[in-house]
Design a protein around this ligand. Structure first.
Ligand code: GAR
Length: 223
């Protein structure tokens, strides 16, 4: 069913660990009274800290441990059944560290949105902060994008940029980027709730009346 702003947006949030992006999303929904119904929080790890936080907030949170399933396909099928029963408009991958199979992605085509800690298409995969430092880039960032069957690839909805220091460590860079991730993901959720995000036929994204879809961290360094 097509989402219209006349009814609350139903979102499922998938996590694997700490869940700080999920917290930022849930806190924005509460603080701003966004017309968003978080219909489920799912973790593929039962011991994820984010799962405990979500339960503490009274959010419907479930563990669906991938280790309990004999194959990737079996896990994907169980996740798909759980989500289909709830009929979310969007599935937000907020630090979900499990690759989803092509059938799953196809089933929810145009409805799965991921946050990735790099300026895609640079640095897909793991250890993105380390990759950025190894390449000597001076700007790093995060990307919120629709997912396709190709890992860390797909139509870009919004990006956030932070500067890289010459003496950065992966941890320091990650810590500088994290608040930017929260800002960009929350802004995306606001747009989704307002029904303003359109996937174009050419594979790009248009956000109605949003000329700015990138944010620059306001930190400048002395030379
Ligand atoms: C975030 O930095 C997110 O961008 C990244 O995992 C972290 C989860 O933190 N996601 C990926 O690397 C996906 N490929 P959080 O659990 O505190 O939101």
């Amino acid at each position: 069913m097509e989402h219209t702003p006349e009814r609350p947006l139903r979102v499922a949030i998938l996590i694997s660990g700490r869940g700080s992006n999920m917290q930022a999303l849930a806190q924005a929904v509460a603080a701003e009274a966004l017309p968003v119904d978080i219909c489920t929080v799912v973790s593929n790890r039962a011991d994820a800290a984010g799962l405990a936080w979500a339960r503490g907030q009274g959010l419907p949170a479930v563990a669906l441990a991938h280790r309990d399933y004999p194959s990737r396909e079996a896990f994907d099928a169980a996740l798909q059944a759980h989500l289909d029963a709830l009929a979310p408009d969007y599935i937000l991958l907020a630090g979900f560290m499990r690759v989803l199979g092509a059938d799953f992605v196809q089933h929810f085509a145009g409805r799965i949105i991921n946050i990735h800690p790099s300026l895609l298409p640079a640095f897909p995969g793991l250890h993105t902060h380390q990759q950025a430092l190894a390449q000597g880039v001076q700007w790093h960032g995060c990307t919120v994008h629709f997912i396709t069957p190709v890992l860390d690839h797909g139509p870009i909805i919004a990006q956030g940029v932070v500067p890289v220091r010459h003496d950065d460590t992966p941890d320091a860079l990650a810590a500088r980027l994290l608040p930017m991730e929260h800002q960009v993901f929350v802004q995306t959720l606001r747009w989704l709730a307002q029904g303003r995000v359109r996937l174009l036929a050419d594979g790009r994204v248009r956000v109605a009346d949003a000329p700015q879809r990138a944010w620059l961290g306001a930190t400048f360094f002395e030379s």
